[in-house]
Design a binder for this molecule. Structure first.
Ligand SMILES: [Zn+2]
Length: 338
């Protein structure tokens, strides 16, 4: 089954959501009860309690550590994908982390198989298409990131490779070998940059890691030469406004550069990053864009950009672009343009 072309919901697509980061607190509480883990006030209500970027990274690991069985991961992927499909999502590129699988006592292969089953079931139930992007964790160091790249290079169903984690540690060039391994295996490449570290980190990431997308990249707004380069090289930014506000990269919505990045002519997508950690979801990220002045055709362009920059095979891309065109016609919106 493919997503229906007669569906009148606004079509959404995303390139940047970490699968463990989609774990809903209600599911986390259920897992904690099963495992006999006391969460205290950490996962009360609909979001998690943490403070600052280091606190967020620790909270992420704490929640992820509750996922211990293959069935947990299958359900995680299924629940998340069907949830965003209900909001209109037609494509999701989920970031997966073999390091988190190992920390939970599962082999990366078992972890990937379970997630793949969840994604397959979700596609059957809702039509949403999902692809996986393996991520290396920057603060675990170059060797760990290379190991993640070697896993990604040989794994079926994985179409991309990236790097997340604490941008303040190591230099992009330290990871050049990991990205070369992934590139030689034909994987699409992206990396988190320009979130906490400034524009310099983005230039170095482009120079050293040869990515076609940047995770976040919002700090590029501080450097006119870099904006020109991103435009000329047609680099797509995976912008995560809710994440940026939650982590204090910007103090409020008015200060967020999403609109100015569009005015600078960049290819943008909006993404939820780790939705319950940041009190957001994909639909709310599109609503943020609408509130920032993106009209319907500009929001359709966000979806088109995600599909054009997504790491899926050419036939799948074409199918999703056709679906997007059909949905846009149903909405009565003009064709999505950059
Ligand atoms: Zn991220």
């Amino acid at each position: 089954m493919i997503a229906s072309s007669t569906d009148a919901r606004f079509p959404l697509a995303e390139l940047h959501a970490h699968v463990e980061g989609t774990l809903e607190p209600a599911f986390a509480r259920e897992l904690a009860r099963r495992e006999g883990v006391d969460l205290g006030s950490f996962a009360e209500g609909e979001t998690y309690r943490w403070e600052g970027f280091s606190g967020f990274l620790a909270a992420y690991d704490r929640a992820a550590a509750l996922l211990r069985r293959p069935e947990d991961y299958r359900r995680l992927a299924y629940d998340y994908l069907t949830r965003i499909a209900a909001d209109g999502a037609i494509y999701s590129e989920l970031t997966i982390s073999p390091d988190h699988a190992r920390a939970s006592g599962l082999s990366p292969e078992t972890y990937l198989n379970a997630l793949s089953q969840g994604a397959k079931d979700a596609e059957q139930a809702s039509g949403i298409v999902c692809r996986f992007l393996v991520v290396g964790v920057r603060h675990l160091g170059p060797e760990a990131v290379e190991e993640a790249a070697r896993f990604a290079a040989g794994a079926s169903g994985v179409t991309g490779f990236g790097m997340a984690g604490d941008e303040r540690l190591h230099r992009p060039r330290d990871f050049a070998r990991a990205f070369r391994i992934a590139a030689e295996a034909g994987l699409g490449l992206t990396a988190h940059a320009g979130e906490f570290a400034g524009a310099d980190g983005i230039s170095e990431t482009l120079d050293e890691l040869k990515v076609t997308r940047i995770g976040h990249g919002v700090r590029s707004i501080e450097d006119a030469d870099l904006l020109k380069r991103l435009r000329e090289e047609a680099i797509t930014l995976e912008v995560c406004p809710g994440s940026n506000l939650s982590l204090g990269v910007y103090p409020d919505a008015a200060a967020h550069p999403l609109k100015r990045l569009r005015e600078a002519g960049l290819r943008l997508t909006v993404n939820s990053d780790d939705p319950p950690f940041f009190g957001t979801d994909l639909a709310r990220e599109y609503a943020f864009a609408a509130a920032a002045g993106f009209g319907p055709s500009e929001r359709l362009a966000l979806t088109r950009n995600a599909i054009e920059a997504g790491f899926m095979d050419a036939a799948t891309r074409q199918r999703l672009l056709s679906l997007l065109t059909m949905r846009a016609l149903l909405l009565g919106a003009p064709a999505a343009t950059q």
